[in-house]
Design a protein around this ligand. Structure first.
Ligand code: SF4
Length: 701
């Protein structure tokens, strides 16, 4: 392997280098140069790097330059994995072409999306020819087919309209339903085209989810030398690496509910007004076991009944709770529910056996008929559902997973009865993904760079390293470093905490914040993002605020009023607007300029104690003698808090206030972990009255 010349690589972005010559707005960023050198060193020495780079460091150039230099010098492809589509777009449309210009050389890069994002020509053709089967989606499928005739990528994101899930899943590419080389459309296939391009690319941009799909197949036997979902690779850069644990947890989770089962059974077999439809009926035409088809109706009814019984048992068990975990404390109550999971597993298993029997009766020359491929894909998913249901009864042996159920309610719909609106989802979630990451990613790769604006809880990387498996590696192979934001936080950010707020667990807290938030909004003349940890609290505070601030010029919006992206657009464009938000807004907002001058953090973002996965993870820590509060709750909340406060200063000339209404940050010992995680800035801890004055002066003087 030919090493990167680190000084030469750094010079591209240093004063006098290509970037400084090409850009009119060039300013040298020593911290970016340092990060680039560390990443290049990571490539050269085969390290696993966790590099935290604050807002404004310019991390994409810092990893793209070494990645491209390495890929070109060594003819080895590098994977760039991101958490969000926005970053993928930014990399492919802006950053990679800009780095090509800086380096003075073109490279081959490809954005690879999961195959479900592309049209499968074979399925589209099949579906279009039997449209009466799917009459609800007929118009949409026709529209997709019309669009497909003129498109070049077959990619959903290039479509001029957004198809519904129901229509799209009938025509998209699915690995189990793909006939590969035997497909008549193989040569024109969109998925195959992207794969071909990826095979000869220097740089492949993917999302974490797709990367885990590839890693999974490699861990399950495909190995690391040949092409799988992606072509083989030995180097990965994870950007937005703070999301690795959540992405891997979600990828390796399995769940099931009434709709998922129906979505699998209906296309296989359904009977309406005495007529039978579905792939199974088409297969029976070719099968010598066609007489078995008579049993299908009975079996699908048994599945329906078993699912209904399961939902009734879940309702009895949950007694109004939204989530419930299957564990030592609840195992006895789960008894009748587990009987129902077994019954559903049996009913589904019998149906799967029947389908296989009918498929076995198809002669070899007819085995390539499309309905056989569709059925294979559905059977694999039904098999997984059966395993999930059986695993619920084996929960005590399968300690690597958390088993839990959740009750949800559909929005009112006149087509459904009251009882039909409630449904239950069964989920199996991995307790810990660190082992998977260690053996499936870090130990198999020659080098991995993980970067994000927030990896450390304060200055300490140990929490993130433990959660993602870095702490199990040879310490000589691991490098963890922080690269501070170059923005002048000391001058431009005020950190304000209300000292006269009630404690956040007291009943007076909600009325108090509903009094305080409108005053703080007035002090900043709108321009405020209010971050909550609970949607209930958000709704109530928003309602009060709208009524107290009647006549206020700016918009007072709340999450849920519209699409998140539309809300953000309005917030950005209306300088005096206010947005009440929770969840994804703690990390998904990038609004430079005056539109965002105040971020209010209502409560410290601790995970809700009844989150089943969080509870199981806490228990596992306690069991081995640790403190779940200090080892899990606090560091997780500190990282989220840093993400929330990080919404404020997005450019070097941004100025504003982070206001915290939860005084535990100063009154509890663990509060220091939150305060110390901030960049050096002005801090005030005073009663609301004085605070609002200071906020006003800080923003407008
Ligand atoms: S090769 Fe596979 S994905 Fe492509 S059109 Fe054929 S069946 Fe569909």
């Amino acid at each position: 392997m030919e090493k990167i010349d680190i000084e030469e690589a750094a010079f591209f972005i240093e004063n006098g280098g290509a970037l400084s010559i090409q850009s009119d707005t060039y300013e040298e960023r020593p911290v970016q140069v340092e990060l680039l050198k560390n990443i290049a060193d990571g490539f050269n020495r085969g390290l696993i790097g966790a590099f935290e780079a604050g807002t404004g460091v310019g991390k994409s150039y810092a990893y793209l330059i070494p990645s491209i230099l390495w890929a070109v010098k060594n003819k080895e492809r590098v994977i760039i994995s991101t958490g969000t589509i926005n970053l993928q777009q930014q990399l492919c449309e802006k950053d990679i072409p800009a780095v090509e210009k800086i380096l003075g050389q073109k490279i081959k890069f490809v954005l690879v999306k999961g195959r479900q994002n592309y049209i499968c020509k074979r399925r589209l053709m099949e579906t279009s020819s039997v449209l009466d089967l799917f009459e609800d989606e007929t118009a949409e499928i026709k529209r997709i087919a019309d669009w497909e005739e003129t498109c070049s990528t077959g990619s959903k994101s290039d479509m001029t309209f957004m198809p519904t899930d129901n229509a799209w899943t009938k025509v998209n590419s699915e690995s189990d339903a793909c006939m590969g080389k035997r497909c008549p459309f193989f040569n024109e296939c969109y998925v195959m085209k992207v794969r071909k391009e990826a095979a000869s690319a220097n740089l492949i941009v993917v999302n974490h989810h797709l990367l885990f799909a590839d890693i999974e197949t490699r861990m399950n036997g495909a190995g690391y030398e040949d092409a799988s979902v992606l072509p083989p690779y030995k180097r990965i850069v994870f950007d937005e690496a703070h999301g690795i644990e959540a992405a891997a947890t979600s990828f390796f989770s399995e769940s099931l509910n009434r709709f998922k089962i129906n979505k699998l059974i209906f296309p296989m077999y359904r009977k309406r007004k005495g007529t039978e439809y579905g792939h199974l009926c088409s297969i029976a035409v070719f099968s010598k076991n066609d007489d078995k088809l008579e049993e299908a109706y009975d079996l699908t009814n048994k599945i329906k009944t078993a699912m209904l019984n399961l939902e009734i048992a879940a309702k009895d068990l949950m007694r109004g709770e939204y989530t419930l975990r299957l564990c030592q404390a609840t195992a006895r109550d789960f008894g009748p529910f587990l009987v129902c999971t077994q019954a559903l597993a049996e009913a589904l298993g019998n149906f799967v056996n029947l389908v296989r029997l009918i498929m076995d009766g198809v002669s070899d020359e007819d085995k390539d008929v499309p309905c056989m491929w569709e059925a294979k894909a559905i059977l694999r998913r039904l098999d997984m559902s059966v395993i999930l249901l059986k695993n619920f009864s084996l929960w005590d042996e399968k300690k690597e997973n958390v088993y839990w159920i959740q009750q949800k309610r559909l929005p009112p719909d006149y087509n459904r009865s009251e009882t039909d609106l409630d449904y239950v989802t069964l989920t199996q979630t991995p307790l810990d993904i660190s082992g998977l990451m260690q053996s499936g990613v870090f130990e198999e790769m020659s080098s991995v760079i993980c970067t994000s604006a927030t990896l450390a809880a304060g200055k300490d990387f140990s929490y993130w390293c433990k959660r993602t498996g870095l702490s199990f590696l040879d310490p000589d192979r691991v490098s963890c470093k922080s690269f501070a934001s170059p923005f002048p936080y000391d001058k431009n950010m005020l950190f304000a905490v209300a000292s006269d707020a009630p404690l956040s667990n007291q009943s007076e807290f909600q009325p108090w914040i509903e009094m305080a938030i409108p005053r703080l909004i007035k002090a900043a003349e709108g321009r405020t993002l209010v971050l909550f940890t609970s949607y209930e609290s958000l709704k109530s505070a928003h309602k009060t605020c709208v009524s107290v601030l009647r006549g206020f010029k700016g918009l007072i919006m709340k999450q849920g009023d519209d699409d998140n992206s539309k809300l953000l657009e309005r917030f950005k464009n209306d300088n005096e607007s206010v947005l009440f938000a929770t969840d994804s807004f703690w990390q998904g907002v990038d609004i430079p300029g005056e539109s965002l001058s105040q971020v209010i953090i209502v409560k410290l973002p601790f995970s809700v104690p009844n989150d089943p996965v969080f509870m199981a993870r806490s228990e596992a820590i306690e069991k081995r003698g640790g403190s779940s509060f200090m080892e899990l709750s606090v560091p997780e909340a500190v990282i989220k808090f840093r993400q929330g406060t990080g919404r404020l200063i997005r450019r070097s000339d941004d100025k504003g206030v982070v206001t915290v209404l939860d005084k535990r940050i100063y009154e509890k010992r663990y509060g220091a972990s939150f305060v110390n995680s901030l960049y050096e800035c002005k801090k005030v801890y005073e009663p609301l009255q004085e605070l609002t004055e200071k906020i006003k002066r800080f923003i407008f003087d």
